[in-house]
Design a protein around this ligand. Sequence first.
Ligand code: MRU
Length: 365
Amino acid sequence: MNNSKESPSLRVPSAGATGTVALSWRGSSLELLDQRLLPAQERWITLESASGVAQCIQDMVVRGAPAIGISAAYGVALAARHAEGGDWQAEIKLAIRELSASRPTAVNLFWALQRMERVCDGCSSLSEAQKQLADEAVAIHEEDLAANLAMAEHAIEAMGLSAGAGTSVPISVLTHCNTGALATGGYGTALGVIRRLHENKLLKRVYADETRPWLQGSRLTAWELMRDGIPVTLNADGAAAAILATGEVRWIIVGADRITANGDVANKIGTYSLAVLARFHKVGFMVVAPSSTVDMALESGAEIPIEERDGSEVREIRGISLAPEGVPVFNPVFDVTPANLIDVIITEKGAVRNPDVQGMRDLFG
Ligand code: MRU
């Protein structure tokens, strides 16, 4: 990682209906908006190596399942640019191994890297690989944005809302973590659906869980939504039950890091408790994720590797201590929501209602 600077002018691909962008490919470098500093500072980091990209994924400069996959793909393209003439394929594969060790839970990372590796295997010269790998990374990025836009349409339909003027009463929803333009190729998954509800005048209000301990909800989601003028109310995670008890919220809408063959969903820690609350309060529970998040090779959520991060994320905030020094901490950053608590999974290929093995197989083979 090297020189950081204020916001560059952005390109490739466009961010859909929002001006917020997490990453920008420059042909010879990748620029990442440093999400650790938001909302206080908008600072961009320029990367010219795969190692730098791997470090940024691990440190959460860039985060969110699709954005991690896209960044890793650009990381492979950077590795190809810097490969020497000799065993260039071995050099690129070494970079792929390093990138794949950056975070364990979001399957989009491994999906993107496998796709890049297949392209690398099909190239017969380094110059061909440099071009093909850069093109493939841009394609992965563009496809993710297109998937987000398609998912927003499927989700509105699955909720039984119609976009025609005045035909459906605006609803309130609750979301967790950040699943917006910052977490994807642009627009967002769950937040893309919320964005589309707002565009269609179908959104009354979105409640955003702050999402302890990394605060993706307060630092990122609230920031993204306020930038776009979407009505958002921030709440402590523990307030979700009280909000649902008022009866105002119709749907809880979340993203995913990995969805297994039986419809179980790994997502940000706290998602599982929301699904339990939703069932108790008879509120719809929707998961929105591109098919690159689906892992049909795993039978159930019990097989998903759950990342545990350093206890300092819980013990302190920006170096300020919130707990006794040295207190042991359990900090799993994802949990698994069982399929039977989910009403519908939305992907760009369509919806799986009441997900189970058969429903998943019907859509994903
Ligand atoms: O640890 P993070 O911030 O990478 O976790 C992000 C989430 O859990 C998101 O809900 C998920 O990746 C979907 S993002 C479209």
